[in-house]
Design a protein around this ligand. Structure first.
Ligand code: SF4
Ligand code: SF4
Length: 132
């Protein structure tokens, strides 16, 4: 069961989730309609770059997000992503680009939410594990 459409939606682990005002669609698939694709390494085909309507580099953003390098994602204008899901839909490596981008955007939003705009430009983001 997918909340909010097949491309940009999020798979649900249970049907006991609330329907809210931001729920635009619910997609229910049978067992024969589900494809379990394995994610493999990026082959640098640039299909995701070609389809991005806001001229981002989704492959790079996904890799940086996966590494917790949120400050670099911000410098690459990740906040401009409109979460259309086109990059993930065309990726032959089945990389979860949209989920990684959302993860990074959410981390950036949390880090900046209580900071005034003029102070936020100096805030350093990144992995909280203690290593560089
Ligand atoms: S989800 Fe974001 S990064 Fe991917 S194609 Fe759409 S706007 Fe570009
Ligand atoms: S579409 Fe997928 S495999 Fe191709 S460059 Fe983008 S992330 Fe890499």
């Amino acid at each position: 069961m997918i909340a909010n459409g097949a491309i940009t939606g999020v798979a649900q682990y249970t049907d006991e989730v609330p329907v809210t005002k931001v729920t635009t669609a619910i997609t229910v698939q049978g067992p024969d309609e589900i494809h379990y694709d394995e994610t493999i390494a990026c082959i640098h085909c640039a299909r995701c770059v070609d389809v991005c309507p806001v001229e981002l580099v989704p492959s790079r953003l996904a890799a940086l997000s996966d590494q917790g390098r949120f400050d670099e994602c911000r410098q690459m204008n990740i906040v401009n992503c409109i979460e259309c899901g086109k990059c993930a839909a065309v990726c032959p490596s089945k990389i979860h680009i949209l989920q990684l981008i959302r993860y990074s955007k959410e981390s950036i939003n949390r880090a900046y939410e209580d900071i005034a705009p003029k102070e936020s430009s100096n805030l350093k983001l990144g992995c909280s594990c203690g290593s560089d």
